[in-house]
Design a protein around this ligand. Structure first.
Ligand SMILES: Cc1cc2nc3c(=O)[nH]c(=O)nc-3n(C[C@H](O)[C@H](O)[C@H](O)COP(=O)(O)OP(=O)(O)OC[C@H]3O[C@@H](n4cnc5c(N)ncnc54)[C@H](O)[C@@H]3O)c2cc1C
Length: 311
């Protein structure tokens, strides 16, 4: 995890309209610098990018990128997009698993809109046997995200889960709440710049919390996803599972498209389940900037690609 200052810098840059325009022009060309992390702008491009992954024994979740929608109409448009994506995934015969963000579905408009829009997505998704993961956004959204999930759960939806971030001080309570419900949790360190009042600021504490929460999930969770590229977190998970004689199918690892492909392949070879989170869509810039903020080497990678494009 990169230090908090760099994380903040990339979050500020992510809001720059000029950078966004420049990136849109260059990033998603064939061999453009963003293609390493984003599977394409259309569902067709994404589906052709994921075809080789399934052949390598990797599981998938597709994420149609979008967030911070502020109008009812834009949220409704995202729901229509998801209906088309569900049909395209079914037609392509790839794994039926999607991830989405509630601010894309109108959480900033109001909670009821987000619940209604989730229901509109879950109806066809349930019919076709999909699992739908609600990504976790920054800390002001955590309460509302859990509320939406619980409302859907009360309405009988069971193939929906969410994400918990180990950087947040509140997370042990949230994990207990979700384990009590029986909902699936994806554990991550947290991608957002968070204030001291609610989040650990140093890597050692975020990592220690990750290990604690991983153990809690392996002991009491429902098919938890341990989502990290950090070899120390992965080793801790493998060791704990072995110590408790937990079978490999009790949990899975998850990693991002284009990140640590070597480690993804090694874990599959060792017999662990590995799911790759595959983002696509025209609204890729904020997601892309969060990935740059996590690792300075990614900035070098982008700059090299830009230089190569000019040559
Ligand atoms: C499947 C999945 C879903 C996620 N969903 C959410 C979510 O819903 N909400 C949320 O807040 N966050 C989400 N995240 C992001 C997560 O919170 C972290 O920001 C991200 O995973 C980096 O943390 P890390 O655990 O890999 O460890 P770090 O300590 O950040 O990194 C450990 C090592 O992993 C490698 N690495 C990490 N990131 C990168 C990168 N971008 N490029 C190249 N190498 C890298 C490097 O070798 C690094 O040294 C998700 C992550 C994954 C894998």
């Amino acid at each position: 995890m990169i230090d908090a200052t760099s994380k903040a810098l990339f979050h500020t840059l992510a809001r720059s309209a000029l950078l966004r325009r420049l990136a849109s022009r260059h990033g998603m060309r064939p061999n453009g610098f963003a293609r390493r992390f984003i599977a394409g702008e259309s569902v067709e491009e994404a589906l052709s990018a994921v075809a080789p992954l399934a052949g390598r024994g990797l599981r998938l979740t597709l994420d149609y990128l979008g967030e911070s929608v502020s109008s009812f109409d834009d949220a409704a448009a995202a729901v229509r997009e998801y209906a088309g994506i569900i049909d395209a995934i079914v037609a392509a015969g790839v794994e039926r698993n999607i991830s989405l963000k509630l601010t894309q579905l109108g959480l900033d408009v109001d909670l009821a809109t987000a619940v209604d829009n989730m229901r509109r997505i879950l109806e066809p998704a349930d019919r076709h046997g999909f699992f739908v993961r609600i990504d976790m956004e920054s800390s002001p959204y955590v309460d509302r995200t859990l509320q939406v999930l619980e409302t859907l759960w009360q309405q009988g939806h069971r193939t929906v889960g969410t994400v918990i971030q180990s950087c947040l001080i509140r997370s042990p309570t949230d994990i207990a709440r979700l384990n009590g419900l029986g909902a699936r949790v994806r554990l991550v360190k947290g991608a957002y710049k968070e204030p001291k009042a609610v989040a650990f600021q140093d890597k050692a504490r975020v990592d220690a919390a990750f290990v604690e929460l991983m153990r809690e999930l392996l002991d009491h969770g429902t098919f938890p996803a341990i989502a990290t590229h950090d070899p120390a977190m992965i080793d801790a998970t493998k060791r704990y599972a072995a110590e408790k004689s937990y079978a490999n199918d009790r949990f899975e690892f998850q990693m991002l498209f284009g990140v640590r492909r070597d480690l993804q392949a090694r874990l599959v070879k060792e017999g662990y389940g590995v799911r790759v989170y595959v983002p696509f869509g025209r609204q890729w810039f904020p997601y892309f900037m969060r990935r740059l903020g996590e690792r300075p080497a990614n900035v070098v990678f982008v700059l090299r690609s830009l230089v190569r494009e000019r040559e």
